[in-house]
Design a protein around this ligand. Structure first.
Ligand code: ATP
Ligand code: MG
Length: 245
């Protein structure tokens, strides 16, 4: 990894770029992923590059949903894998969720490269390689999932998901937890829990809440019941409107 001095005012942003670049070089991240990263960064800038109180509450609700699920699956794409491989493995460990590689621009090589990369970071039983089930309502390649993974899950965490697929997963009756920096994007709008935050901060934040909520079903229930998705999106939009230099 390229060294960026931690004192640099844009440390996190530079680190993120280097990771995405390295992801493309390793065959983990697609070229489209570079564009998605740029788009995300613009929103992060407007949101103050920090986890807002509202995003923190969303992360807490997401943790509660993951812990109380019958079968929780965390969907991993090329950007998520490049940015937070270790953090995703840790989240899966703490919540009992499974990891499934799920790509918009799917190639066998990239699926395998991502699964390998997650295993290098301690993941076991990575899903997404069978692709023996289909999400209804999507064209063939975009619909592929594992029958004993996302297809079967009652709760799915989808960071940086495409709007069509987020919608189709919602129509399958799944509880959808979406990490996306753009509150105007369709994915957070159709989510049960939109977490408007950088995935770099959001995943560790969800894990932290999960540690605290583990073994406490009453606290999990309370976090779920008090969460308001519309308010979370409205908060993010207000924050962007009211940004000051
Ligand atoms: P739309 O939702 O507007 O129809 P899209 O979903 O097809 O478009 P993309 O650019 O492919 O657009 O989606 C990438 C999404 O991921 C963007 O909404 C962007 O804000 C978000 N994103 C990118 N990087 C990050 C990140 N590090 N953390 C969180 N969200 C991110
Ligand atoms: Mg989107």
């Amino acid at each position: 990894e390229v060294s960026v001095p931690e004192s640099h005012p844009r440390y996190e942003s530079l680190l993120t770029r280097h990771r995405i670049e390295a992801g493309v070089e390793r065959g983990i991240t697609s070229k489209q992923g570079l564009i998605a990263e740029g788009r995300g960064e613009a929103f992060d800038y407007l949101l103050g590059e920090e986890t807002t109180d509202s995003a923190d509450r969303a992360a807490r609700a997401a943790a509660a949903y993951l812990l109380s699920a019958e079968h929780a699956v965390v969907s991993v794409n090329g950007n998520a894998a490049a940015l937070v491989p270790e953090e995703l493995v840790e989240l899966a460990d703490v919540t009992g969720a499974e990891l499934e590689v799920n790509l918009f621009n799917r190639t066998r090589e990239r699926i395998e490269a991502i699964a390998d990369y997650l295993r290098e970071h301690g993941a076991e039983g990575v899903k997404g390689l069978d692709a023996d089930a289909r999400i209804p309502g999507l064209d063939h390649e975009r619909a592929k999932v594992d029958s004993d993974g996302i297809y079967d899950a009652d709760v799915v965490l989808v960071p940086l998901e495409d709007g069509d697929r987020a919608e189709a997963l919602g129509e399958m009756g799944k509880t959808e937890l979406v990490v996306d920096l753009n509150p105007l994007s369709r994915s957070p709008q159709v989510a049960t829990v939109p977490i408007v935050d950088n995935i770099i901060r959001a995943i560790p934040t969800i894990t932290e809440h999960a540690r605290e909520l583990a073994g406490d079903p009453a606290a999990q229930q309370a976090a779920i019941e008090t969460f308001d998705a519309d308010a979370a999106l409205a908060d993010a939009k207000r924050r962007i409107r009211e940004v000051e230099a």
